[in-house]
Design a protein around this ligand. Structure first.
Ligand SMILES: [Zn+2]
Ligand SMILES: [Zn+2]
Length: 242
């Protein structure tokens, strides 16, 4: 199957907001533009994760810093000719969730999320219209004590995360299919063009907003694709939940 005409990166980190990211906002946008993407969702680590600001900073200051890379990307979007959308990756001890559809104003109005149980926070966000995807649900790593699953508090899961093994992704797919969760894909790219394999979501008509994206994902109107950046070959699959 051919690649979708309009391709989107759904899971993307930039420096300095994500402490672990290796690439700046402008390097990142330049890479995705050159790779023919229509747009990217910037999903840096939120203030509960690996963010490049002190945990002791006041909440408003942390939120302002958090959105600074996204805002820089928005400013560069037009001149670089690539769309930029807002996302967030929230975290609990190495268990990560991608959140789409809530903006800076929403986070400024909801400082209470810092004190909430993750399941309550996810429920609040879903009630407020967010799309919630558990990232790499079967990721195993030294710094992760155990795998945590939230089958009743997410819309979907990453069944392809370009940084994980086939085994971890296959387990995620089995999990999604068993629980009737949406299947979703992203690269978890921390290094712009230096990332060898990518994955994302695509469609045949352009995405116009976060709300448009959320509606299409929920209606299974987007396709997962993968892309080998080392050989520039790609493949797509129609494996969204029907
Ligand atoms: Zn990271
Ligand atoms: Zn990530």
């Amino acid at each position: 199957m051919d690649l979708p005409k309009y391709r989107y990166e759904t899971h993307l980190h930039t420096s300095p907001v994500s402490k672990c990211a290796k690439a700046s906002v402008s390097e990142t946008l330049a890479f995705y533009k050159s790779a023919g993407y229509d747009g990217v969702f910037i999903t840096n680590h939120f203030i509960d994760g690996n963010i490049g600001i002190s945990p002791d900073a006041p909440y408003e200051e942390k939120i302002a810093f958090y959105f600074s890379d996204y805002e820089e990307a928005l400013r560069l979007s037009k001149e670089m000719g690539i769309k930029v959308f807002c996302g967030v990756e929230i975290s609990k001890g190495g268990t990560d969730f991608l959140v789409y559809g809530l903006d800076k104003g929403w986070y400024l109005r909801h400082p209470e999320i810092s004190e909430m149980e993750k399941s309550s926070e996810l429920t609040l966000m879903m009630d407020e219209g967010a799309l919630i995807i558990q990232a790499h649900p079967f990721r195993e790593a030294r710094y992760i004590d155990h795998i945590r699953l939230y089958p009743r508090h997410v819309h979907g899961v990453e069944t392809i995360n370009a940084c994980r093994t086939d085994f971890e992704n296959d387990m995620a797919k089995l999990y999604a299919q068993s629980y009737g969760l949406l299947e979703f894909a992203g690269s978890d790219n921390h290094a712009a063009g230096a990332r060898p394999f990518l994955a994302g979501m695509g469609c045949e008509t352009p995405i116009t907003s976060e709300a448009d994206f959320i509606a299409r994902v929920k209606n299974s109107e987007m396709d997962i694709f993968t892309w080998d950046n080392t050989s520039s070959s790609a493949s797509a699959q129609n494996n969204m939940k029907g």
